[in-house]
Design a protein around this ligand. Sequence first.
Ligand SMILES: [Zn+2]
Length: 277
Amino acid sequence: MKIHAIQTGTVEIKKNQLVGKGPGALRLVNVLFGWEWLEPVPIYAWVIEHDEGVIVVDTGDTSRTSEPGYFPRWQPYYKLAARFHVKPEEEIGVQLKQMGIGPKDVRKVILTHMHTDHSGGLHHFPESQIFVNMPEYKRSLGLPGQINGYLPHRAPAWFSPSAIVFDENDYGPFQKVWNVTSKDDVKVVATEGHTPAHVSVIVVSEDINYFLAGDASYTEENLVKKIADGVGLNPNISVDTMQKIITFAKSRPTVFLPTHDPDSAKRLKNKTPLAVE
Ligand SMILES: [Zn+2]
């Protein structure tokens, strides 16, 4: 089993999104109207070469984000708080092809959540079974979804995801787990916070675990410091999830791989586990 990091361009966000500020709805106001921008951060997607077929975790974003009118013009988040930089050759399908992986080779796609920088590459996977946590999918739909910052009208016409069905059994500190493979070496766990039904993927290998975290925390540093981002509705839920991830990483060496951490690919390559005391 081998895991690859695929970088599908970068996104610029504000300091107040990386480090959420203020109570309740004021957090989002601080994101929209904060003045301090950060250096561009990567948008990673993950490819697991597994005996049971290739599994892709998140699809990165699309170069269409730079087309005028791609985002709803009335949506303040895209106008005020995010700048995407994705070239056509950076889209995941192009990079998979260069690796010799075609659409038919990808058996499963798992989305940590429906935000555009995780689902914008869906059109590259017409042959795959695509799994989403249903409450997350439902939250992304229609006008309410667009108000919440999702782009349901940009999903491919054929998109009809399969539900992630969690087991009753706990997996370490996680109360909801779905074993994706028959060997139980790829698991989906519920990691609520960034969105209410956000999930992460754990890859279990002989000596070390890999935690494909989506946006459960934007960076390893924020995880260790338990800093909630500025877009999750309830920072306490984000912090609870971060505590679970830390507890999990104490039980077994775990490489922590969030979507937007500039060091994620390096940690994957060097198998650098999360340092927890
Ligand atoms: Zn997100």
